[in-house]
Ligand binder design. Structure first.
Ligand SMILES: Cc1cc2nc3c(=O)[nH]c(=O)nc-3n(C[C@H](O)[C@H](O)[C@H](O)COP(=O)(O)OP(=O)(O)OC[C@H]3O[C@@H](n4cnc5c(N)ncnc54)[C@H](O)[C@@H]3O)c2cc1C
Length: 366
């Protein structure tokens, strides 16, 4: 596989570089400000033609091959700009399971950033064991009424819509397998029956995620994604796409951070930093192989768990290297270290990825 840019790709990269030279600086921020400006960043990237490039034209994308997303990720990392807003898994979830009407209504706003989204899956008693969720959706004429409690809901403070998993079938006799009877809904966050409560992360950020309480929230039955009881299939599509760092964006960022840290070191390079450098390069090559497979039309299944695990190891190695280089004296690097701790939890914990690799790839009986 030749990874050099074609003429069209090189022209796209040049356009992006010059756009970033004019625009990236005004979006550089940290902490809560960083999250507060994500919506604006999304819309600016989209308006300039650098977001949603590989998604279908009919929903506002450009139908370009995934290599263009990679170019965007590489150049954003190179310019020190915020990453591409991460919502591909929601686009895929709605694209695979939503009706044409729901796709036409919701995908354009999701892709161009005029409507913000969050994912209401996890609950206080249902994270790794998502099928234990207890939020209910009860039919009431043309609507469903939602009651329950979601947690760790990223961007819930700014979201217009939430993709909610809720139980639509009661199982008084306890005979229904717990992943059955769950349905998925597109719920408006702008209503009285919903309360959003922010959560503070270990790095001090309060605007990244929150708890969402549903107390009689109303959703039209027509906003159900798929058939009643189809929610588990949608959930599996969404989480399997959450698990793939199928872009080079992350590895480009890790590599850049390692190089920046190396430039601060005088004398012997700390072992943690050297190891982070090796791992970041390994991930870069691994993700290139994945991209090459993707361009050949290969669809990934449980291998996404390998990608997620590798990405977590690398991010945490880079976080450890940050501590080795500056201790706790540099707030930005300290924040990179603290944020890396979340990587082994979000999108499915590392233990769960190992269970999937053991059972579904290695065929071990877990
Ligand atoms: C930054 C961040 C953003 C997030 N964003 C969202 C979001 O937008 N929407 C959303 O719905 N959720 C979100 N989450 C929630 C995330 O999906 C859950 O935190 C995750 O699935 C783990 O669930 P839990 O926190 O309940 O931990 P638990 O499932 O309670 O796990 C606790 C510990 O037990 C281990 N464990 C559990 N079961 C097993 C098992 N079978 N085998 C081995 N070990 C096991 C886990 O690995 C973990 O170490 C986010 C989380 C983070 C950190």
């Amino acid at each position: 596989m030749d990874f050099r840019d074609s003429t069209e790709e090189a022209a796209f990269r040049d356009r992006l570089r010059s756009w970033l030279a004019d625009n990236a600086a005004s979006f550089k921020a940290s902490g809560d400000d960083y999250w507060a400006r994500m919506g604006e960043w999304h819309q600016a990237l989209y308006a300039a033609g650098f977001f949603g490039t590989s998604w279908p034209k009919e929903f506002g994308g450009q139908d370009l091959p995934p290599v263009y997303d990679v170019i965007v990720d590489e150049e954003l990392a190179r310019a020190g700009a915020p990453p591409r807003p991460s919502l591909g898994y929601l686009v895929v979830g709605l694209g695979h399971h939503g009706s044409k009407e729901l796709q036409q209504r919701f995908l354009p706003g999701m892709i161009n950033g005029t409507e913000r989204w969050c994912q209401g899956f996890s609950e206080p008693g249902a994270g790794s064991d998502l099928a234990s969720l207890t939020t209910t959706a009860t039919r009431d004429g043309d609507n469903y009424i939602i009651n329950g409690h979601k947690i760790w809901t990223s961007y819930s403070d700014v979201a217009d819509w939430c993709l909610v998993l809720a139980r639509t079938e009661k199982d008084a006799a306890g005979r229904l397998p717990k992943h059955k009877g769950i349905s998925a809904f597109i719920v408006s966050m702008h209503q009285d029956g919903i309360e959003q409560r922010p959560l503070q992360m270990i790095n001090g950020v309060t605007t990244e995620f929150g708890q969402v309480a549903f107390d009689g929230a109303v959703v039209p039955a027509s906003n159900m994604v798929g058939e009643p009881g189809d929610g588990w299939r949608l959930a599996m599509t969404v989480v399997s796409h959450e698990r793939e760092p199928s872009t080079l964006g992350y590895s480009a960022r890790y590599g850049k951070l390692v190089r920046e840290m190396a430039s601060r070191v005088e004398g012997k390079v700390p072992e943690d930093l050297a190891w982070a450098g090796v791992q970041a390069e390994m991930l870069r090559l691994h993700v290139r192989r994945r991209l090459s497979e993707q361009l050949d039309g290969l669809k990934h299944g449980p291998e996404g768990s390998l990608d997620k695990l590798l990405m977590t190891w690398v991010e945490q190695s880079v976080g450890h290297a940050a501590l080795a280089v500056t201790g706790t004296s540099d707030p930005e690097l300290l924040s990179a270290y603290l944020y890396s701790r979340a990587q082994s939890v979000m999108g499915g914990t590392s233990q769960i990825q190992k269970n999937i690799i053991a059972s579904r790839i290695l065929g071990l009986g877990v």
